[in-house]
Write a protein that binds this ligand. Structure first.
Ligand code: G1P
Ligand code: ZN
Length: 543
């Protein structure tokens, strides 16, 4: 095997964000761009070039090309073995599981999650460790540092690998093993949930729709929901992965999964609806006539997960990202479970999961998962709900009413202001930041501020500090306003405004969320000057 060293000059823009390096496909297509970032990862890894590494992606445009490059570079950097999903596919949670299950040193996950795909769309790459979890902030900083002093990369001169067939291909002792992307994952799901019980729910006339949004979860849903659990094939929507996600935006929320939402809200809606995103780590949960917010879904799972065989012994603890609503905290308090609040981004949960401090966690951004993998897991959440519905034999709406009457309800929404010029977004943040010190104790349109700060996280496992993780105005247990900048966008800056309001009186559990949150949105706009500085009178996306 001939190994070529290619001299290069470093690219200045390879600092990973919330979930790896995400850029326009066009950026990745620049000569040597992908190779430089991959080499920086290899250079930054302590185990550098031994054993086995896994590669897989969400199937978006450029996935197959990038996989061939990665395989040739892994060979040149000393790996003996590469595992790759058939057709280059592996959902993010399945990849996280496969890294662990096959004892790989780590894995490359090629995805830009829910961002649009195709030649004009986005591409992304992130590295997950042997635990299956994403590299930590200090590790991604080390990768960035390596990328900045890169002078060469190494690549082997080997022919393209055939990705279409499961099996082993060898090149001078270097082995590429194409694996079934679904099999191990499906087995894992079967070990966590009561498949017999869900099958009998399906046989009872229960109807469901799962929208794979033309992205990676189609084959997973077909195997598990249809072949193993007996749902009719017609339960699957958009279940064939497409390189451009059929021109869509595979983000399972009220805006981007509108056809499913409309179906569920219609007069003859199915009993249950679920959707997942581009790489399969996000989930949306719906019942007939009802949308379950991710924060509520997390809280309901915390209160019910022990009904599923994999969680029969109860949960060790729970966690949510800071902007996620505090419905989880109330359940944790009543069940006497430790409850942690982490910065946005799944990697912050991983230390807590590895240390056994938590077994369930989630984010407002449609991410939920447990200690079974080190990523959020869309299908897992959907199966957890199906298992819960099969155990309790109530409708989704009844489950929610029961939950709110026990724990109270958090009305919640996220307002996104997208593609802002960076300086405008900064001005908004600075406007609010400048007032944080004097907000506590003030009455803002009838809401009394109890605390206002820039969220700083102290990791209780490794002692690391992460500062500047979002500005928050807290009104006791009643409400919160949070403002932060997105770390995953690829065009301009995205400002996220998170609004949360709690009600526990029996006659205040079925109010309209938008009108409940309106006063908080007004307060945020007045204090931070969002419309004044951005010129936008309303957000681009509300989820
Ligand atoms: C967004 C979400 C965050 C999630 C991340 C990756 O990050 O808000 O919860 O972990 O995508 O899916 P953001 O763009 O807000 O930095
Ligand atoms: Zn995703």
């Amino acid at each position: 095997m001939r190994i070529i060293e290619v001299p290069v000059s470093a690219f200045p823009d390879q600092r990973p964000g919330t979930a790896g390096l995400r850029k326009k496909v066009k950026v990745f297509q620049q000569p040597h761009y992908l190779e430089c970032f991959v080499q920086a990862i290899f250079d930054a890894l302590p185990e550098r070039g031994t054993g086995c590494v896994l590669v897989g992606g969400d199937g978006r445009y450029y996935n197959r090309t990038a996989i061939q490059t990665l395989i040739a570079m892994a060979a040149a950097n000393g790996y003996q073995r590469v595992l790759v999903g058939r057709d280059g596919l592996l959902s993010t949670p399945a990849a996280s599981h496969a890294i662990q299950a096959h004892g790989a040193n780590g894995g490359f996950l090629l995805t830009a999650s829910h961002n649009p795909a195709g030649p004009q769309g986005d591409f992304g790459i992130k590295y997950n460790l042997a635990s299956g979890g994403q590299a930590s902030e200090s590790q991604t900083e080390a990768i960035f540092a390596c990328s900045q002093k890169l002078t060469r990369y190494r690549i082997a001169d080997i022919p393209n690998v055939n990705l279409d067939k499961v099996g082993i291909q060898s090149f001078d002792g270097f082995r590429v093993e194409v694996i079934d992307p679904v099999e191990d994952y499906a087995r894992l799901m079967q070990s966590l949930f009561d498949f017999d019980r869900i099958r009998s729910l399906m046989r009872s006339g229960f109807s469901l729709r799962f929208d794979a949004m033309h992205a990676v979860t189609g084959p997973y849903a077909r195997r598990i929901l249809v072949e193993q659990l007996g749902a009719p094939e017609a339960s699957l929507l958009n279940a064939t992965p497409r390189e451009d996600f059929a021109g869509g935006h595979p983000d399972p929320n009220l805006v981007h999964a509108k056809p499913l939402v409309d179906l569920m809200m219609g007069p003859n809606g199915p009993d249950f609806g679920g959707a997942s995103d581009g790489d399969g780590d996000r989930n949306m949960i719906l019942g007939r006539g009802i949308f379950v917010t991710p924060g509520d879904s997390l809280a309901v799972l915390a209160a019910n997960l022990q009904l599923s065989p994999g969680y029969r012994d109860g949960l060790s603890g729970v966690a949510r990202s800071m902007p996620t609503c505090r419905a989880l905290d109330i359940v944790a308090d009543q069940l006497k479970l430790p409850c942690y609040e982490t910065p946005t981004g799944w990697r912050f949960f991983c230390n807590l999961l590895d240390a056994g401090r938590i077994s369930l966690c989630g984010e407002e951004s449609f991410g939920t998962s447990s200690n079974h993998v080190r990523e959020k897991d869309g299908l897992w959440a959907i199966l957890a709900w199906l298992d819960l519905l099969s155990a309790r034999r109530l409708s989704v709406a009844e489950i929610m009413q029961d939950h709110w009457s026990r724990f109270g309800r958090h009305y919640y929404a996220r307002h996104d202001y997208e593609e802002l010029p960076a300086d405008q977004a900064k001005t908004v943040m600075n406007t609010l930041r400048g007032q944080l010190g004097r907000l506590a104790g003030q009455d803002l349109s009838g809401f009394c501020v109890t605390a206002a700060d820039d969220f700083n996280y102290h990791d209780p496992v490794d002692g690391s500090e992460s500062s500047g993780q979002g500005l928050r105005i807290v009104f006791g247990d009643t409400a919160r306003i949070i403002l932060r900048l997105s770390g995953t966008g690829t065009a301009g800056a995205t400002l996220r405004l998170y609004l949360e309001r709690y009600e526990s009186a029996a006659d205040r559990l079925a109010l309209d969320p938008a009108s409940q949150l309106m006063p908080l949105a007004k307060i945020a706009d007045e204090i931070a000057g969002i419309s004044m500085h951005t010129g936008k009178q309303s957000p681009d996306v509300v989820t």
